[in-house]
Design a protein around this ligand. Structure first.
Ligand code: NAP
Length: 513
């Protein structure tokens, strides 16, 4: 087994442990920017491979043991962890912490759950160490050539890391600004990265819904659809994901000569960040309907047994309409896609705003959109519009209500409705188009059926309700005399309603729903 001579002590500017695809590319990115980079991996072969294949790109200081790795770093030390999230990250943090000294900085660049980051930050602070939970987006290409970087932790740690991260981050085309900024304390960086990934799920799904309709409803070939996406990439929809989609759809499988997309099994996998975004949104009470439907769509696609059972037994009852004006339909699809995308991004930003409020993070929402303009997977032209919206009003109640967004989405509504109606009538699944439209209609409705839900809750669980015409909380004695009582101790007597003679029979067991 090849071994390395221990690297000189106190010589590297920064270290990276975890030499799989992300860590090795990040280390190369640092080295290419002139930093002396200590590198380490649990199994030494990966470290050897980096030196053998890329050693000439810069100054690398390889180590076989964590002790040598830490010793090779200049104090105050900065070590970036790029290993599998979860238990492996905890194990590596523990090993590093044993060898580090107060004032040193451990950075976790993996996809950690923000609650884990909060726990780790608190534990390391007790030991005098700085811990930075750092979201990194852009995949392997981004890690090498410039990712979008979302660091959370103490402001002092950011001060030390800022020049390095600004060097290696992607630079926005518009103004050359590095796509990184201080996000907030403890788990804020990983929280924002989690929501970024959730938005990515929704964005990919709405693109796929538009593709599906062009393919099935219009019978267009993959290459023709790819051309449309390339065209859309010239306008408001311009983004990395639309560009990727155009390229993929025009790609031909070398083995069969068929469109590449047609030879792929239609089961979308996931690594869990979409589900985290949805679970967190449920905990925070934020309706991220687009992200949730996109995550569920992947589950639906993956359950082959259920899909086969459904295909054998469930009928379509479709209208079998023909599209008479394909160009109009394609324009409508473009608008349905844009509107659904606006909803998904807006909902994601509402989740970040709520997370910031609950966890006490001072997150600059406009800056988050700014650091997603390059390097990351959801980089898109319209992110500038989000930044501008938060610059107009940092405490925006609803991103969609900003004048730019309101005008943009209002312009799409008639087309969006036509697409969703056509899909429903003709049996095409469009979960994010449809749920986003329902969200749009719900959020703008003057009155919602939630009043009836409250009445039901009061009937079977005495959960009380509020009136439109008076202060306070009230409850009706549904199974007795239907008198209404004020329950919050305020003024207001008992009033009597008409009694339904069958009320007692209808009474359900009280539940806590
Ligand atoms: P990965 O496949 O997630 O993890 C492999 C790395 O983890 C290897 O270096 C492996 O070491 C190490 N490892 C696993 N268990 C370990 C343990 N118990 N102790 C020490 N090391 C352990 O690698 P990746 O795809 O490069 O991703 C690295 C991190 O970045 C992950 O958290 C990932 O979620 C995140 N991330 C990935 C992407 C992406 O596009 N891939 C994008 C953003 C963020 P051995 O070689 O010894 O097995």
């Amino acid at each position: 087994m090849a071994t390395f001579e221990p690297s000189p002590r106190d010589s590297a500017d920064i270290g990276v442990t975890g030499m799989a695809v992300m860590g090795s590319n990040l280390a190369r990115n640092l080295a290419r920017h002139g930093y002396k980079v200590a590198i380490h991996n649990r199994s030494v072969a990966k470290t050897e491979a980096v030196i053998a294949e890329h050693g000439s790109e810069g100054a690398f200081f390889p180590s076989e043991s964590i002790a040598d790795f830490v010793a090779s770093l200049k104090a105050p030390r900065v070590a970036i962890i790029m290993v599998k999230a979860g238990g492996p990250t905890d194990a590596v943090i523990e090993e590093l912490a044993e060898h580090m000294e107060p004032g040193d900085i451990i950075v976790d660049g993996g996809n950690a759950l923000y609650t884990d980051t909060r726990r780790r930050e608190a534990a390391l602070k007790e030991r005098g160490l700085n811990f930075v939970g750092m979201g990194v987006s852009g995949g392997e290409e981004g890690a090498l050539n410039g990712p979008s970087i979302m660091p959370g932790g103490s402001p002092e740690a950011w001060e030390r890391l800022s020049p390095i991260l600004r060097d290696i981050a992607a630079k926005a085309d518009e103004d050359g600004e590095p796509c990184t900024t201080y996000v907030g304390a403890d788990g804020a960086g990983h929280f924002v990265k989690m929501v970024h990934n959730g938005i990515e799920y929704a964005d990919m799904q709405v693109i796929s819904e538009a593709y599906d309709m062009m393919s099935k409803a219009l019978g267009m070939s993959a290459a023709e659809i790819g051309d449309r996406f390339a065209q859309w990439n010239e306008g408001d929809l311009e983004s990395f994901l639309i560009d990727v989609t155009a390229t993929v759809l025009k790609h031909v499988d070398a083995r069969t000569g068929k469109p590449f997309v047609d030879i792929i099994l239609d089961r979308a996998a996931q690594k869990g960040t979409g589900a985290w975004t949805v679970q967190t949104a449920l905990d925070l009470g934020v309706p991220v309907t687009g992200i949730a439907e996109a995550t569920f769509a992947r589950f639906v696609s993956g359950d082959i047994a259920q899909r086969e059972a459904a295909q054998k037994t469930l009928q379509a009852h479709t209208a079998d309409e023909q599209i008479t004006d394909p160009e109009q339909f394609i324009d409508d699809l473009q608008k349905a896609l844009y509107a659904s995308k606006l909803v998904a991004y807006a909902q994601g930003f509402e989740e970040i705003a709520k997370g910031a409020e609950v966890y006490g993070w001072d997150i600059d929402l406009g800056a988050m959109a700014r650091i997603w303009r390059a390097g990351c997977i959801i980089r898109a032209k319209f992110l500038d519009r989000i930044t501008e919206a938060y610059e107009r009003d940092a405490n925006l109640t609803l991103l969609l209500a900003d004048p730019y967004f309101a005008e943009a989405i209002n312009d799409c509504v008639p087309a969006w409705r036509r697409v969703v109606a056509f899909a429903a009538a003709n049996g095409f699944p469009v979960p994010v188009f449809a749920s986003s439209l329902s969200y749009y209609d719900a959020i703008r409705a003057e009155r919602l059926p939630a009043a009836l839900v409250q009445a039901q809750r009061d009937y079977f669980g005495a959960h009380t309700y509020q009136r439109v015409d008076a202060e306070g909380s009230y409850h009706v004695e549904w199974t007795r005399d239907r008198s209404e009582t004020r329950t919050d101790g305020g003024e207001g007597g008992v009033t009597h309603g008409a009694v339904d003679p069958q009320a007692g029979e209808k009474m359900q067991e009280a539940t806590t729903s």
